[in-house]
Design a protein around this ligand. Structure first.
Ligand code: PMP
Length: 461
């Protein structure tokens, strides 16, 4: 019998080859990922590097890679403006997942066999890719989680339980997602610490004077978003972190809405923790990551027990695996990590600065287009903001607005967006949100504005 060709460009034996079965995100088995042994951090491709596409970024180039954007919804091409909830996936990610399961599937770390070794290399290659993506000093500073929510809970349950005590304070900005509020409330209650909200200004930015006043030596941790999922606000995280560090407080940055939209460098920010979800970054659901400073991670106890996170287990005693493995109990989301690396490769191939510049221009266009819709008010006008437009339409219920847009194939979200304090800052319980990504176009934004204008015209008759 001849050995089946299991190279990454090939289809699995017995499987029909998939169209365009090229899997740029995967390493060929046996071929060492750059800098994998010993692990090191591959730098992100920069403009002009081999991994960067030639020419200026265009949304059309990105759209060509996203199969779901080809499907109609209610007879019209789908207009996906719900990127804040989740992003659509490029075929490079979809095909990488299929190829992983077709040719490489194995559990990791435990096996002495070929597939286990290859899967382990891919998993650890994914860790190195995330480290490079975030500007982290080493892959060992990256812990895989299910996403942002699980990462915040990890920090709250591990670091929080070990470090918080009665009277301690956790400062949490008012624009946080519930996943960066509730885990702090839970651990604060247990440790008899206090969660203290940092107020917002009318434009949706964080009140920096109030923040400076709230900081004290009681402050143990500051939890801030790198970009708000409702208001789009991008707070001055670096400056806020420097201020917190003067009080020896740790800073956790929620990058869920940031990482897909602008470059992040955790060492430049001096973050103690930086967390994000893969699915908002063109990667699969169920995978995300937490960066932690090496010295902070080294002092943290494990939070979940089980396989993979131990060194020795006896009934009288247990010792743990080194960081980051001691924080990853059980079988990880191996294919998710492989898909996350493919998504990072895909996004960075466009050049991060070029994507950020395009999205900023698209935000400007959207702000103008929506300003012309009668009765429309956009929430949040901070000077630094991502392309998130949460709005109310006079006389219209937010959910009805979303359903009417869906009739035209336009997907937006309505409700409280898991950030009730942000909305209540404006006296609201619900609003409609359009959140843009690199594959959205000015034409799509114009379609949204036209549909809303028509809705208002119909309501007036
Ligand atoms: N933080 C922010 C700012 C978010 O937008 C979200 C998702 N909407 C989360 C945290 C939670 O992310 P996940 O559900 O992927 O854990």
């Amino acid at each position: 019998m001849t050995t089946p060709d299991m190279s990454w460009g090939a289809h699995a034996p017995g499987m029909a080859p998939m169209p365009g079965w090229q899997v740029p995100g995967l390493q060929a088995p046996g071929v060492q990922a750059p800098g994998m042994t010993p692990p090191s951090v591959p730098r992100q491709p920069t403009a002009g590097s081999a991994a960067t596409r030639s020419g200026a970024f265009t949304p059309e180039a990105a759209r060509q890679d996203i199969p779901v954007l080809q499907r109609p919804v209610n007879g019209r091409p789908v207009v996906w403006l719900d990127n804040g909830a989740t992003t659509q996936k490029p075929r490079q990610v979809i095909e990488t997942l299929a190829a992983y399961y077709a040719t490489a599937n194995s559990n990791i770390h435990r096996g002495a066999h070929t597939l286990a070794r290859e899967a382990t290399e891919m998993y650890e290659g994914g860790r190195a890719a995330v480290a490079g993506f975030l500007g982290a000093p080493s892959p060992d500073t990256i812990v895989f989680t299910r996403g942002t929510t699980e990462a915040v809970n990890l920090v709250a349950q591990s670091w929080g339980r070990a470090n918080l005590g009665p009277g301690d304070e956790i400062l949490v900005s008012t624009l946080e997602h519930h996943s960066n509020i509730v885990p702090w409330q839970m651990i604060a209650k247990e440790r008899r610490a206090r969660v203290v909200p940092i107020p917002l200004l009318p434009d949706g930015s964080i009140d920096q004077d109030a923040y400076a006043d709230l900081l004290s030596f009681r402050t143990q941790l500051v939890a801030i978003s790198h970009a708000s999922n409702v208001l789009g606000t991008v707070p001055p995280v670096k400056e806020m972190t420097a201020l917190a560090h003067r009080y020896n407080a740790k800073v956790l940055v929620d990058g869920a809405q940031a990482v897909a939209h602008f470059p992040v460098d955790v060492q430049d920010l001096d973050s103690d923790f930086y967390v994000f979800s893969g699915h908002k970054l063109y990667a699969p659901t169920g995978i995300g990551a937490m960066y932690g400073k090496p010295e902070v991670l080294a002092a943290m106890p494990p939070w979940q027990g089980g396989g993979n996170m131990i060194d020795q287990v006896e009934f009288g005693r247990v010792t743990y695996a080194p960081v980051p493995h001691c924080f990853e109990a059980g079988t990880g989301h191996i294919s998710g990590v492989v898909g996350l690396k493919a998504a990072i490769d895909w996004l960075t191939s466009f050049g991060r600065e070029a994507v950020a510049a395009y999205e900023t221009a698209l935000l400007g266009h959207a702000q103008q287009a929506l300003a012309a819709v009668p009765g429309l008010t956009v929430l949040g006008s901070a000077a630094e903001k991502i392309a998130v437009l949460t709005f109310t339409l006079a006389g219209q219920d937010p959910m009805t607005v979303a359903r009417r847009l869906d009739q035209d194939g336009i997907a937006v979200r309505a409700g409280h967006h898991c950030a009730q304090p942000s909305l209540r800052h404006y006296g609201l319980e619900a609003a409609t949100r359009a959140s843009l990504a690199l594959y959205n176009t000015a034409e799509e934004v114009d379609q949204l504005a036209a549909a809303l204008t028509q809705m208002q015209a119909q309501a007036a008759v």
